[in-house]
Write a protein that binds this ligand. Structure first.
Ligand code: FES
Length: 298
């Protein structure tokens, strides 16, 4: 069913931690559809040169890239500390000055590489880079890695392929988020083996699953032969949508899949918002979050 119909479905898998940035410290943002490249900070004279400006206080003066390709640097002042790393500086900004700042890290001990950013013009693992070494003048310029598509702010990411791995994303989120957070998972949940990772995530965080379905998956139009392509694998298949029997079989497979998904989400104890392609998303989202707020404040 998945192979037959997924070309018709808006398939988006993402953990929208950026959305929740104001609610949790240590926010990181992930996406599997990065599209932004060639950010405007390349060519910025201060950035490329890692240029020192006057520095007369004990604060670190930090220019941080904000936004995507067409973003701009924003300046912050961060208290200088002994043995302070660049990741500490970025974390301070996100926790104390601007909770919407998006950046990534995981291990904090120089093993995973997820904290890599461009610091004063050079690519560095920021959890291993001490401010004293790179900003003797107390001036830092921090941007996303220059060789990867920019997602937002300091997050740059290159997917390994077109396919998504929901189970791996959920497992990564469990490792990444140290503090109780709200995690919104937007997916059609067609991927395999997501149930256990979702349960583990929901045991530590508040999870909202937003599913997106195409009604043509449940009731294929009687349109004759269809040439369908899997959006992830690129595999194609011909389906005789003019056949009542074929349409019936596909409809019952779709029903079964929806029911299995419903059971999986219920078992994990997550909130579920169901969206339909071609229909207004705003209303069901508003309704779901209003209900959720009411429940939490009871
Ligand atoms: S957070 Fe893992 S290497 Fe820096």
């Amino acid at each position: 069913m998945r192979k037959l119909l997924s070309g018709r479905v808006a398939r988006i898998v993402g953990l929208f931690m950026a959305l929740m940035a104001s609610l949790m410290p240590g926010m990181a943002a992930l996406a599997d559809n990065p599209v932004l490249t060639g950010a405007a900070f390349w060519g910025d004279p201060e950035f490329d040169a890692g240029k020192a400006l006057s520095y007369e206080s004990v604060d670190v003066r930090v220019r941080v890239w904000r936004g995507g390709t067409d973003g701009a640097f924003q300046e912050f002042e961060v208290p200088r500390r002994e043995s302070q790393t660049v990741l500490d500086v970025v974390t301070h900004i996100q926790r104390a000055l601007d909770p919407t700042l998006a950046y990534r890290y995981a291990c904090r001990v120089g093993m995973c590489g997820s904290c890599a950013m461009t610091v004063n013009g050079a690519a560095r693992w920021t959890c291993r880079t001490h401010v004293d070494k790179v900003a003797k003048d107390g001036r830092l310029t921090v941007a996303p890695l220059r060789n990867l598509p920019v997602i937002r702010d300091l997050v740059a990411f290159e997917p390994e392929g077109r396919s998504t791995d929901l189970a791996a994303s959920l497992t990564y989120a469990v490792r990444l988020l140290n503090h109780r957070s709200i995690v919104v998972v937007l997916s059609d949940f067609l991927a395999p083996s997501w149930e256990r990772p979702l349960q583990r995530l929901a045991a530590r965080h508040e999870v909202v699953a937003v599913t997106v379905d195409d009604p043509r998956e449940r009731a294929l139009p009687a349109s004759g032969w269809l040439d369908l392509e899997d959006a992830e694998s690129g595999r194609r298949v011909l389906v005789d949508a003019g056949s009542r029997e074929v349409r019936g079989r596909l409809a019952s497979l779709a029903e079964r899949r929806v029911e299995e998904r419903r059971r999986g989400l219920a078992a994990a104890g997550v909130d579920h918002v169901a969206l339909i392609t071609g229909q207004d998303y705003a209303l069901p989202l508003r309704r779901a979050f209003a209900l959720r707020a009411k429940r939490l404040h009871r």
